[in-house]
Design a protein around this ligand. Structure first.
Ligand SMILES: Nc1ncnc2c1ncn2[C@@H]1O[C@H](COP(=O)(O)OP(=O)(O)OP(=O)(O)O)[C@@H](O)[C@H]1O
Length: 268
C-alpha cells in the first residue's frame, strides 16, 4: 500500500499551506472566534501535530482543512489549490468509536469511501481494503461487525479506511483520546510503524504534550481561545522515545511552560 498518487509537490513546496486563517462560528447570541490568523506550512511526509488546550480551535482548524468550514480571513491551500470543500484527498479519523457503519463489516466499512468517492477501479476496492486492514493487524477480522470489536480495533479500522484512500493528507482528531492508557500507547507505536512503512502525511490533533512529542516530526503549539500559534517546534528526534530520556523530559517541560506560561518563542 505504498502511496502511489504522484503528488506534484516538490521538496521545497508545502503540501499544505495554512495562511493567516481566522475561523469563526456564528451562534444566535454571538460570533465565536475559534482561531485568529493562524499560519503554518506542512510538507509531504510530515507528522504534523497541533497541540493546545481544550477550546483553542484545533478541531475547528482540522474541520477547515477538511473543507467543512471556510475561513473568514486567510486561506488554506493543498498542493497550491485553495480548499473550498471536502474531498477524498483529505480523510479524517475522529476520536469517537462510533465512526464506523454498524451494519457493515470491517471490509465493507473500508470499501465504503472508495465506492462513494469513485476512487480507484471497482475491481481494486476489495484488494485495497484487505491490504489496508492487514496493515493495521486486523486481517482475521475482515468479516466482523463493529460492535464485536474493542475501541482500539475500531480505531484501527478507521485508520485503515482512511489510508486505503491514499489521501494527500490524513487528518486525525484526537483518535486515541478515548482509549485506555496502555492501548493508547500501543496505538501510537503502531501509527509510527505504519508511517515508517507508508510515509503518509498527517496532521494529528491532541492536547497531550507527551503524545505530541512521541508522534510528531513538527509540533505547532497553540494558545487558548482564540487559538493562535505560540511556536513551531521540530520533534523528529523523539519518535519511539520511551518518554524517559532527559531530553524528552526537558522538551516536555519547555512545551508545558509555553502552554501555561504563554511565552512566545522563536521557531525551532
Ligand atoms: N459548532 C460550534 N458552534 C459554536 N462554537 C463552536 C462550535 N464548535 C466549536 N465551537 C467553539 O470554538 C472554539 C474552538 O473549539 P474546538 O472544538 O475547535 O477546540 P479544540 O481545541 O479542538 O478543543 P478540544 O481539545 O476540547 O476538542 C471553542 O470556544 C468552542 O466552544
Amino acid at each position: 500500500m505504498q502511496q502511489t498518487n504522484g503528488r506534484n509537490t516538490s521538496a521545497s513546496e508545502p503540501l499544505l499551506a495554512v495562511d493567516g486563517v481566522t475561523l469563526q462560528y456564528a451562534t444566535r447570541q454571538q460570533i465565536v472566534t475559534a482561531t485568529h490568523r493562524v499560519s503554518f506550512d506542512m510538507y509531504e511526509h510530515d507528522r504534523f501535530v497541533l497541540l493546545g488546550p481544550s477550546g483553542c480551535g484545533k478541531s475547528t482548524l482540522l474541520k477547515s482543512i477538511g473543507g467543512f468550514l471556510s475561513p473568514v480571513e486567510g486561506e488554506i491551500r493543498l498542493e497550491g489549490q485553495r480548499i473550498a470543500r471536502p474531498g477524498p484527498d483529505r480523510m479524517i479519523v475522529f476520536q469517537e468509536f462510533d465512526q464506523l457503519l454498524p451494519w457493515q463489516t470491517v471490509l465493507q466499512n473500508v470499501v465504503f469511501p472508495m465506492r462513494t468517492a469513485g476512487r480507484f477501479a471497482r475491481g481494486e476496492w476489495e484488494d485495497r481494503a484487505r491490504a489496508a486492514i492487514a496493515k493495521v493487524g486486523l486481517g482475521k477480522f475482515v468479516d466482523a461487525y463493529p460492535h464485536t470489536l474493542s475501541g482500539g480495533m475500531k480505531q484501527r479500522v478507521a485508520i485503515a479506511r482512511a489510508l486505503a484512500m491514499e489521501p494527500a493528507v490524513l487528518l486525525m482528531d484526537e483518535p486515541f483520546a478515548a482509549l485506555d492508557a496502555l492501548t493508547r500507547r500501543r496505538m501510537q507505536e503502531e501509527l509510527l510503524d505504519l508511517w515508517a512503512e507508508i510515509r503518509f502525511s498527517m496532521i494529528f490533533v491532541t492536547h497531550s504534550i507527551e503524545e505530541a512529542i512521541l508522534l510528531a516530526s513538527r509540533i505547532v503549539v497553540m494558545t487558548p481561545h482564540p487559538g493562535q500559534i505560540i511556536a513551531e517546534l521540530d520533534a523528529t528526534r523523539f519518535a519511539h522515545d520511551q518518554s524517559g530520556s532527559d531530553e524528552f523530559v526537558s522538551f516536555h517541560k519547555q512545551i508545558n511552560g509555553m502552554l501555561f506560561g504563554q511565552q512566545k518563542v522563536a521557531n525551532g
